[in-house]
Design a protein around this ligand. Sequence first.
Ligand code: CA
Length: 736
Amino acid sequence: MMIEGKRAVARVRLRPPPHEHCATHGRKGLLTATLLALLLSAPASAARLPADVDGARILAADSEPGNWLSHGRTYDEQRFSPLDQINHHNVDKLGLAWTYKLDIDRGVEATPIVVDGVMYTTGAASIVYALDAKDGSLLWKYDPQVPGEALSQGCCDIVNRGVAVWKGKVFVGTFDGRLVALDAASGKEVWSVDTVLDKTKSYTITGAPRIIKGKVLIGNGGAEFGVRGYLTAYDVDTGAQAWRFFTVPGDPALPAENRAMEIAQKTWHGNNWVKWGGGGTVWDSMAYDPELDQLYVGVGNGSPWNHAFRSEGKGDNLFLSSIVALDPDTGDYLWHYQTTPADKWDFTATQHIVLADLEIDGTPRKVLMQAPKNGFFYVLDRRDGKLLSAKNFVPVNWASHIDLETGRPVLTKDADYLDGSPKVVMPSFLGAHNWHPMSFHPGTGLVYIPAQETAAGLEAQKAPLFIPHKSVVNLGLEVPDLPEDPQIEASIRAAWKGRLLAWDPVKQSAAWTQEYVSAGNGGTLATAGNLVFQGTADGRAVAYSADKGEKLWEMAVNSGAMAGPVTYTVDGEQYVAFMVGWGGAFTHIAGPLSLSAQVQPEARVTVFKLGAKSTLPPPKAAPRKVPQPPELTASAAQIAQARTMYNGLCGSCHGLNAVSGGVVPDLRYLGKSKHAQFKGALAGSRANRGMPNFSSILSEAQMESIQQYVIKRTLDLRTQLEATRDQTPQRHGDNK
Ligand code: CA
C-alpha cells in the first residue's frame, strides 16, 4: 500500500516577513493551552544570567529564533530555524565573520548551543568551549582530562556531539563516560557523575545530553566493544540518578529488571550475549513531544554483530535497532518500533529522530521520522509507534521492502552472510545515513538527509573468536577485506557516494538531490530563508535553496565539515556556524576509502554572516617524504598472517591495510627511529597518548610480525609513488 502524497499540514511561507518571526511554524500541535500558560510565566529575556534556559524557554524557542537553545533547536529536533535575514536572495554575500581554532585536530561532530550571545560547543576529547558568539573570543574552556588509555576505547574517533544547557549550567558527557555539570559563567565543575555501570567494559559517551523537565538524559557508546546499552536520567541540580532504562536484557538466569526487560527477554535465545554485552547503545538520538509527554530514543546495534553467536540465530533481540518511547519522568517503557529485527549488519536506529505534524491520506498525523543506517525512511505515528510508511532512500540489498501490515522488513538472501557464504551488504555498516543530523523544513515539507551509498563485504567467523580486551572490538565476523591494490581501492572509493537528499516524507520520494564526491558529508540546517546549509567531506560549507536544491553559495573551510550547522543572531545580525574538523567513524573504520588524501584534519568553529570579509589561514599542507623503513625480513606467508592480525587489531584506528584515514597516525610514514619504539608502543609505552596496550594479547613475535607488515606497506607506498614518478605521498599522517 502506498501512501498518497500530501504536503505537511502546517505550511508556512518560505520567507515570512520579519514581524512573523515569532510564529510557531509547524508545531501547532505541540503548543497546547497548558503549555502556553507555562510559557507566559517565563521571565523576560532582558538581563539574563548565562545559559538561563529552562523547559518553558525551550518550548517557546520559536519566540526567540535568534537563540539555539537545545541540540535540535527545539524538542522536536527539526533543526529548522525561523530566521530569514540570510535568505536565498542574499546568501551569496555570506563571508567569514570569525573562526576559532579548537585544541585537537580530530573529528568534530558538535552542534553548538547559542544562548543570549554565547556559544557553548565541544571539540575532540570532550573539551567544552564557551565563546562570544559575535566575535569568537574565548570566554572559558573546560578540559575534562579524559585519561589517555580511555581515548583508545571507542570505535569511531574521540568525538563529541555537543552540550546541553539549563538554568545556568552546561552539561557534557565525556569520552570516558562521565556526565559533568559546569557553571555556565565560569566553566567550573559543579558536579560530575560516572555513568558507567561496569568499568571493565569500554563504555564511551560521544552524544549530546538532552534535558527534559529537570532531568539530564545521557546514553553511551561501545556496542562493538561488548557493552550492555542503557539510558540514564539525572537530576540537573544534584546529579542524582532518577532512572535508568536498559535497552537489552541482562543475564537470563536472573529475574527481569522490569516490564520492558520481560518483553525483551523473550526475544533473545541462549545466554551468549551476556558475555558479548548485547549492545543496544543509545549513543545519539533523542526527541521529546511535550503534549504526549513521550521521550523517543534511538537504540543501536547488537553485540556481537553475528546474530548466530549473539542469540543462537533466533529472535528479534529487542530493543536493538529500535525506536523506543519512554515516560520521561520514570523511564518506563511506552512502545517501540524495531527497524531491523535480528540485526546482523550494524544497522543502528540511533540516527536523528525528527517529530512533525504531517497530513497523510487526508488525515493530520503526529509523526516521528527517522532515516536509520539500514537505508529505509520511516514515518511512524508517534502516539503509539504504528508504522505509517517506509521506503528505501538509497539502493539496499538486505530487504526488498518493509511490509506495512506487519511493520517488518522482507529480507532477501543477498545480504545473509549467515547462510554459509560471505556477502556484499548494501548499505555498509557505516550506513545509508549516519549520525550527521537531518533537518525538516515545515514550509517545503521536505527532510534534508545527508545520505550515502556504501557497501561492505561481511563474512561470519566459523567459530566465535572472543578476545576479552577493552580496546578490541568483537564482532563475530572476519574483518571485511579490502584488497591492497590501489586501483581496486580507488574503484571502491568511487563507488561510495555521498548525496544530499531532499526527501518528501509524505510521498516517500526524493524532491531533489545533490551529489558529492565522497560519503561522510555533514549534517543539515533548514531555514525560513528558503535555505539548506550543509558541510561537506571535501571541506566546504554550502547553501542550497530549500525548495529547488539550487546551489547558491559555498566556501572552503580547510577540513571536512561533518557536524550539523546552526544559525543564530547577535545584536540583530544573523550568523551561520559550522563546526569543522575531519575524522570520525569513516576515517577510522574505512580510512582508505575516506578523502584523507585531499582533506587534512583541522578543527575549527567557522562562522559566517552577510558581507563579512575575514579569511581562514591556509589549510595544512599534506605532502611528506616516505621514509626508508627498517629491513623487511618476513616471508610472504608471514606477511599474509600479519595482515589479518593488523587489520583486526590496528585497522579500526590506523586504517585497514595500514592506510590511515589521516586522523590517527599513518604508520607507513614511520622512520627508523619510530620503528625502534614500535614494539614498546604495542606494549603500552604510549598508553597515555591513547594507544592501547596489547601486551596481554600479543606475543613479542606477533608484535614483530605486525611491524613487518607495516614495513611492507611502507615499501608498497614507495614503489607506488616511484611508479608514478611522484615523490608526493598520497596521504598524510603524523610521525613527528
Ligand atoms: Ca555500531
